[in-house]
Design a protein around this ligand. Sequence first.
Ligand code: IDP
Ligand code: MG
Length: 167
Amino acid sequence: MAPNREHTLILIKPDAVEQDLHLTVLARLEHTVEGSRYVASRILQFNPDLCREHYSHLTEKPFYKNIETYMCSGHIWAAVLEGPHGMIPAIREDIGATDPTAAAKGTIRNTYGTKIDLGNGEYFTRNVVHASESQQEAYEEIRRLFLKEEIQNSAPEFAEKLWPATE
Ligand code: IDP
Ligand code: MG
């Protein structure tokens, strides 16, 4: 693997798959940073256990149940994007802030996302897409959702890094 290559997990969330936006969003993110390419992708479905693992930092929040309902409501496209150093923050900038109405104009979440105010200062959002916040988070997420066999043909050294062969 060339030095300094970064990897991130992209999830096209159920609202975007339902609206047939998955190819549009995946194609856009492949071009956010020159020199990026997908090394794996597949459709999957979250269940409550998987959702709790993926969003373990949010399970104590009052709005967690809403996230679970949303993320388990339909198909998700999962993709592993490989790119040059700096790709992870650049992708995060292109998707925009968590709250689509707070996300910068022209970002993916601001363009396609929705927000429902719950009245008490809290909100519910369908915000189209997930992208890992750090390299470490990406490694954990990719290991949870993909098998080594799904990645090793297109990115053998990366697959070996995530799932080292045991003697
Ligand atoms: P991120 O998706 O921008 O990385 P996280 O804080 O990791 O944001 O939250 C994961 C997901 O949980 C968000 O994309 C959104 O769907 C949901 N979420 C996070 N914070 C809130 C909130 O304050 N209200 C409603 N939903 C939230
Ligand atoms: Mg996050």
